[in-house]
Ligand binder design. Structure first.
Ligand code: MF3
Ligand code: CO
Length: 293
């Protein structure tokens, strides 16, 4: 039987879209695209890592107030990961090695901001990006915190980037093409007078930190069909002005070329048989203590 033949079960669907064996699909995705379709055991492990990343992220967001430094957030992340025997994906990553446990990207920083000793100020918007390894599995997510009152341009990028993530999630189901994600994001962002960063992309994640496929947030032509067992991030970076950025002399911090604000929200998603599951959902039973700050 050929992949395009009618399925033996009488569904009138093509075999490849019906009873085509899971194992054959896995091998095909790996060979053709380098994409690892995860099995049930791997999904359980990835879900745990994602829940930890999301829970740590929420605790950091609650602590994010005027006067707090991003180094204090970084230190708290380190302690929380240690408590769960988890490792930050960020520290030591890349060349030169990323020096901290989380990324903290303020105002005109698009992504990969490095925590420092500067106290947060009223009017700042900040993205906190948390990625971790737990029992060998990876999870990755980020959120914005606005230190109100913030100006209208900042509010716009914060709101638009969240709506972009939500709209992208709505296209996640088997057989939809990867390029639908970029279309959902860029069509909405441009309708709101915002631009979409094309210099950084979302990515497969789970068994490694940055796996195939690359998930473009801008208009693109990727015809890769989504398939059950894919785990990937969507993390649109949305700018109030031009889409381009430049890398600071610290070799990591990426800033908008025009100094206008940028915002980003990120989840790790699983493609299921019928649609998607957000894996980076916090689990408040993971930590019992609260820190008052
Ligand atoms: N979500 C970001 C990414 O996927 C996390 C970056 S961590 C860093 O690129 F160490 F690479 F900065
Ligand atoms: Co990521």
């Amino acid at each position: 039987m050929m992949r395009n033949d009618p399925c033996w079960c009488g569904s009138q669907k093509k075999w490849k879209k019906c009873h085509y064996p899971k194992q054959a699909l896995k091998e095909q995705y790996l060979k053709k695209y380098g994409i690892i379709l995860k099995n049930d055991e791997q999904i359980v492990g990835i879900r745990h890592a994602c829940r930890l990343a999301a829970t740590v992220l929420d605790k950091l967001c609650s602590m994010t107030k005027v006067g707090v430094t991003t180094n204090e957030l970084d230190q708290y992340a380190k302690e929380l990961f240690e408590e769960k025997n988890a490792i930050s994906c960020c520290i030591g990553y890349g060349e030169p090695p990323f020096p901290k446990h989380i990324c903290t990207s303020l105002n005109d920083v698009i992504c990969h901001g490095i925590p420092n000793d500067v106290p947060l100020q009223q009017g700042d918007i900040i993205n906190i990006d948390v990625a971790c390894i737990l029992n060998g599995y990876y999870g990755d997510c980020s959120k914005m915190v606005s230190l109100e009152p913030v100006d209208t341009e900042k509010r716009r990028v914060v709101d638009v980037s969240l709506e972009c993530l939500n709209r992208a999630a709505q296209v996640l189901k088997p057989n939809n093409k990867l390029c639908e994600i970029g279309k959902a994001i860029e069509s909405y962002a441009s309708s709101q007078n915002c631009s979409v960063v094309d210099q950084f992309v979302g990515h497969g994640v789970g068994i490694g930190f940055h796996e195939e496929p690359q998930v473009a947030h801008h208009y693109n032509h990727s015809q890769i069909p989504l398939a059950p067992g894919m785990t990937l991030t969507i993390e649109p970076m949305i700018n109030a002005g031009k889409r381009s950025g430049y890398i600071d002399k610290d070799h990591w911090t990426c800033r908008t070329i025009d100094g206008k604000p940028s915002a980003q929200w990120e989840h790790t998603f699983l493609i299921t048989e019928t649609g998607y599951e957000i894996l980076t959902i916090p689990d408040y039973t993971l930590f019992s203590h609260v820190r008052s700050k």
